[in-house]
Design a protein around this ligand. Structure first.
Ligand code: SF4
Ligand code: SF4
Length: 441
């Protein structure tokens, strides 16, 4: 029987086969990369998504055979290094994902290659530090140290020096650090007054995330204000580590497992006590909703946490459907240029942020569904900053064209990357901050 072109069926994501000894077998990995690269070369649908695909297609076109067999195996790493596991190729473009017989999962293949590379010890110290978000936040968030770090990060000659010594691009946006973290700003509620509705228990434990905890705690406070205004008690886990996404993107599975071993028991305990779970960074939500369940498909606590984890706007819309969202908005937002983050888009929940903001009278939303290219570290690294600025350019064009009153992204880092490329003095605003503004609370 001839193989079908494309597939009309819903994609099936197979678990990550990381326990199979074949996963780290070099010959098997390169054989699979050659097979998949050859299919991609014949397809080329993903050329505009990121820098991985143009890199691959240029390598093929410039090779002696103009086929994948003419590309040097060492050059495969150039393709791998440009992938930041946004998942868009798998979720939005590829017709050959399972159940199609070609069984193509480009992001998971890139992840396998990154794990192989990490195990070989072929990882820069800079990347190990940049992805240690817990430790960096804890050290840089020490009182006085935070002020010094924030001040130093704005001095151009120092940034130039950091670029030559630490390979952190001098023009990249770097986050500020706060010495009073989000986790010490929020009270732990008992949740006694919760009103269940539909799939929601009506009380929510916030996974603070390293970024919101140390870099933009104000967004977490906006979240608590909005949820409490809607009668939803908010609490925090007793202990929290990084969700593991930065280490996953580095290929450091041991660090992902170590973070999982702290976070999952804490979160599972909260679920047992009736709390739903959420986080304000789409990548962290995706980690609990998709990446950990694909790594640990048989772990009941991982699956329990997955089932209770919601995107925050998904949660508000579920409550709205049950008549449990207040619409006593005081202020219209005018025109909002809203960037939908890739890791939220691939959650398959629809445009929940847009739907919630659209409930505010006097508000018009322009949705931008294009990758910003930030990825937490990709836009910061010396060697990939230029590519990240190229990827964000069409997003910036859309924000400028919209002439909106506000702009922002579910991913606060993407918002700042847009700001850095736009350079018009306007700061991004997180959709949760905008919602709080609309409520006038
Ligand atoms: S997962 Fe994202 S970054 Fe990686 S190849 Fe696919 S589209 Fe590009
Ligand atoms: S990942 Fe799929 S859609 Fe994208 S270029 Fe490869 S085969 Fe085509």
């Amino acid at each position: 029987m001839a193989t079908r072109e494309g597939s009309l069926e819903a994609p099936t994501r197979h678990p990550l086969d990381w326990c199979n000894p074949d996963f780290l077998d070099e010959a098997s990995l390169f054989k699979e990369m050659e097979r998949v690269f050859d299919i991609c070369h014949g397809c080329r649908r993903c050329v505009s998504l990121c820098q991985s695909f143009p890199t691959l297609f240029d390598l093929v076109d410039e090779s002696s055979t103009q086929e994948v067999d003419g590309v040097a195996k060492l050059d495969y790493w150039k393709v791998v290094d440009h992938c930041y596991l946004c998942d868009l190729c798998y979720m939005t473009k590829c017709p050959y994902v399972p159940p199609h017989a070609w069984n193509l999962d480009f992001p998971h293949l890139m992840l396998r290659a990154k794990v192989f590379k990490f195990k070989q010890g072929d990882t820069k110290l800079r990347d190990r530090i940049l992805t240690s978000t817990d430790t960096v936040g804890r050290l840089a968030g020490i009182p006085v140290v935070a002020q010094v770090v924030n001040a130093v990060n704005k001095i151009k000659p120092v940034r130039k020096m950091m670029e030559s010594v630490a390979e952190i691009h001098a023009d990249a946006w770097l986050p500020e650090f706060h010495s009073k973290p989000l986790r010490s700003r929020l009270e732990r509620e008992s949740g006694a007054e919760a009103v269940p509705a539909g799939r929601t228990s009506g009380k929510v434990a916030l996974f603070a995330t390293c970024y919101m905890n140390r870099n933009e705690p104000g967004i977490g406070e906006d979240f608590a204000a909005v949820f409490e205004h809607n009668g939803i008690p908010v609490t925090l886990a007793e202990k929290e580590r990084c969700c593991g996404m930065p280490k996953l993107e580095l290929g450091d599975l041991d660090a992902v497992i170590a973070a999982k071993e702290v976070n999952i028991p804490q979160l599972a305990k909260l679920v047992d006590a009736g709390w739903d779970l959420t986080a304000l960074i789409p990548s962290c939500v995706l980690m609990f909703k998709q990446e950990l369940p694909l790594m640990f498909p048989d772990d009941p606590d991982v699956l329990k946490v997955k089932a209770a984890f919601f995107d925050p706007f998904e949660y508000l819309m579920l409550r709205h459907k049950e008549g449990q969202l207040k619409t006593d908005f005081k202020t219209g937002l005018g025109k909002v240029s809203y960037h939908a983050a890739c890791h939220q888009r691939v959650q398959n929940i629809g445009q929940k942020t847009r739907e919630v903001l659209a409930l505010v009278p006097g508000t018009e939303i322009d949705v931008i569904e294009r990758c910003s290219g930030h990825d937490g570290t990709y836009a910061v690294k010396k060697e990939s900053h230029a590519a990240a600025m190229k990827i964000v350019k069409p997003v910036v064009g859309r924000v400028q064209q919209a002439k909106a009153d506000h702009y922002g992204s579910d991913c606060a880092m993407a918002g700042h990357h847009i700001e850095n490329a736009m350079k018009d003095g306007r700061a991004p605003e997180h959709p949760m901050t905008l919602l709080r503004k609309a409520y006038g609370i």
